[in-house]
Ligand binder design. Structure first.
Ligand SMILES: Cc1ncc(COP(=O)(O)O)c(C=O)c1O
Length: 176
């Protein structure tokens, strides 16, 4: 249900499952090919639409996080860009929201750098990774600074098992 709510690569993953998880709003990705615009225009449009959503649909105080892939995978292999990810970072920092980078497809060297977001000098609060992590073996990971991981507290965990606690520094080392 949650995965179907978050994906926007096509209706095939959602069709027949509505209503999906509430509280998910979708903002445009700066895809110059889709809009037929230069990348700068597509990026300003995407950020303006995000601001519009924050003004009209989901107040910053009610918005937990932005989820984005540094390069769209199923969505057509479209890279984000530095200005767009900076714009997300600025808004997240300004309002206490989190920037979650989905590196399920892009992590572990699959874009030519270790992380897809290394191309854009971006800084996630939470990073989600899988596929290239074990190259076929079903393994996935979620990484965040320990201060963030510990926020919910053991008594408020939804899952019965504790996550593996790796010490993750607040800034991602380039070799990770
Ligand atoms: C970019 C990206 N994020 C997330 C997922 C979701 O993976 P799963 O539904 O296996 O958790 C996928 C699956 O292909 C993906 O490509």
């Amino acid at each position: 249900m949650a995965a179907g709510s978050l994906t926007t690569s096509g209706t095939k993953f959602r069709s027949g499952f509505s209503p999906l998880m509430a509280g998910v709003h979708v903002s445009p990705f700066p895809d110059p090919g889709h809009f037929g615009w230069p990348i700068e225009q597509a990026t300003e449009f995407a950020l303006a639409q995000l601001d519009y959503i924050l003004q009209t649909l989901s107040a910053p105080a009610d918005t937990a996080a932005f989820f984005v892939e540094p390069v769209l995978g199923e969505g057509g292999y479209v890279p984000a860009n530095q200005r767009f990810l900076e714009g997300l970072r600025e808004r997240a920092d300004a309002h206490g929201m989190l920037l979650v980078l989905d590196e399920v497809q892009t992590g572990f060297g699959r874009t030519g750098k270790f992380w897809g977001h290394d191309h854009f000098n971006a800084r996630p609060d939470i990073l989600v990774t899988a596929k290239g992590l074990a190259s076929g073996f079903p393994l996935s990971g979620i990484a965040a600074p320990s201060a963030l991981m510990e926020k919910p507290g053991p008594d408020r965990r939804a899952a019965p098992t504790a996550p593996t606690r790796w010490p993750v520094p607040p800034r991602w080392p380039r070799w990770m």
